[in-house]
Design a protein around this ligand. Structure first.
Ligand SMILES: [Zn+2]
Length: 170
């Protein structure tokens, strides 16, 4: 089977499983392509994590390979809270980009005083139109992303992929 045929078989449901690699919007998550791959391994294990600088203590999100404050490469993985409150949100009810079902909800969350990360801009899933309001509690959730074939040392490798969002606490 040619590379093109493989690419055509694995794709986003919105496009009836047919799309080209250039339209892929999700990161490659394997160690061959991504230096923050432990973030995705942690997602697969149900953990929401990021990097903390061992030199200056700065916690960055999304995870980094170099501290954006002091340029140190001496970083460690730390867990982030899995519950937050909605500060403000937007709902796109019509005209969401391809691959995103309506409503497409994006929220600015707060983890509260003393949390390792104060705020996060994130997609909300498993939520009906008009269901979520400012001040509501939401929780971390992962979902599967279509696999993408990638060439690794002349072999085609198909990696399972995962991504994160938040959902309403019911
Ligand atoms: Zn630092």
């Amino acid at each position: 089977m040619s590379e093109l045929q493989k690419s055509e078989i694995i794709g986003t449901p919105a496009l009836k499983d047919v799309y080209i690699g250039e339209m892929d919007m999700w990161p490659f998550e394997s160690p061959e392509f991504n230096r923050i791959y432990p973030f995705y391994d942690n997602l697969r294990a149900g953990k929401f994590t990021t990097t903390k600088c061992k030199q200056c203590g700065h916690i960055a999100f999304p995870p980094q390979v170099i501290c954006p404050k002091c340029w140190s490469e001496d970083l460690e993985w730390v867990e982030l809270p899995q519950r937050a409150k909605v500060v403000v949100l937007t709902e796109t009810q019509a005209g969401a980009p391809i691959g995103f079902p309506s409503p497409l909800i994006i929220a600015w969350l707060t983890f509260g005083e003393g949390a390792p990360l104060r705020h996060l801009l994130v997609r909300i899933i498993n939520c009906k139109e008009g269901e979520l309001k400012e001040g509501d509690e939401v929780k971390f959730v992962t979902f599967n992303v279509p696999a993408h074939p990638a060439e690794v040392k002349k072999e085609t490798k198909v990696c399972d992929r995962v991504y994160y969002a938040f959902e309403p606490v019911k």
